[in-house]
Design a protein around this ligand. Structure first.
Ligand SMILES: [Cu+2]
Length: 260
């Protein structure tokens, strides 16, 4: 590159700017904290996870663009001249470059790990603000929801053909106890940015407040056997009054079923 004429260098740097411009536009779009594909306030977890999600994409974008430049730049600007020698100078190693490409990924992983751990602790930390408790049990291949508001034995069991509905009150904090009867399952509500594993023999906990009324799809996201794809459920966010009615009806239904 050292013996390139000045005009050629200028042309090359203009070409580089043209190549980089779309990437810069894309990145500036990502940097805005918009939820990046997720609703921003569907649950209390969205508010905690959104910045982590957005900035992880920004970090991935920066690494992706930088890597693309490292690949495309030499391919365009360092092509071997047609009548030159067959091989350019071969270099066995370059200590500073090797140290850099070991240390930089390590730093990226360390930063992502740190912020993930901080956010995760914030999500699973028990608080005194809990108003309701629900036990979520993963079974091959559906879900059982036990509403402690209705009593310890009041459990709703879904089946692959009849996926259950998890009814939760809007704006009230619920503590979820997460466990499994058989194998590892994953309790996942995409719109709420929530996923936590149901582990046999280990009890996990999670707390969140659902902020928006409506139905939100939920599913198992750990491959747990033949009918894994049918391990679906719906989260139905209702008003606190509707939730109380639901619990009262559930109690009656279970009592009736017990007497029958
Ligand atoms: Cu499962």
């Amino acid at each position: 590159m050292g013996d390139y004429p000045y005009a050629m260098k200028l042309k090359n740097s203009r070409r580089a700017i043209t190549l980089l411009a779309p990437a810069i536009f894309l990145l500036s779009g990502c940097a805005k904290d918009s939820g990046a594909g997720f609703p921003t306030d569907a649950s209390s977890v969205n508010d905690i996870s959104s910045p982590l999600w957005t900035w992880a994409w920004v970090a991935a974008g920066v690494v992706g663009v930088f890597t693309a430049i490292l690949i495309i730049w030499p391919a365009i600007f360092h092509r071997a001249p047609k009548n030159g020698p067959e091989f350019p100078k071969q270099t066995q190693y370059n200590i500073p470059v090797e140290v850099a490409y070991t240390v930089i990924p390590f730093l990226i992983v360390a930063v992502l790990f740190y912020y993930t751990a901080v956010k995760e602790n914030e999500i699973v930390k028990p608080t005194a603000k809990v108003q309701h408790e629900i036990v979520v049990n993963g079974i091959q291949w559906s879900w059982q929801f036990t509403y402690l508001d209705a009593g310890k034995d009041v459990t709703l069991t879904g089946t692959p053909d009849k996926p259950p509905v998890l009814v939760v009150p809007q704006g009230e904090r619920v503590r979820y106890t997460i466990n499994s009867n058989d194998v590892v399952h994953g309790f996942w509500i995409p719109a709420f940015m929530i996923q936590i594993q149901n582990l046999p023999g280990v009890t996990n906990h999670l707390e969140f407040t659902a902020n928006k009324l409506g139905d939100f799809p939920g599913r198992c996201n750990i491959l747990c056997g033949r009918n894994h794809t049918q391990m679906l459920f719906t989260v139905r966010v209702v008003t606190p009054a509707e939730y109380q009615t639901y619990i009262a009806n559930l109690k009656l239904e279970i009592e009736k079923a017990g007497q029958a």
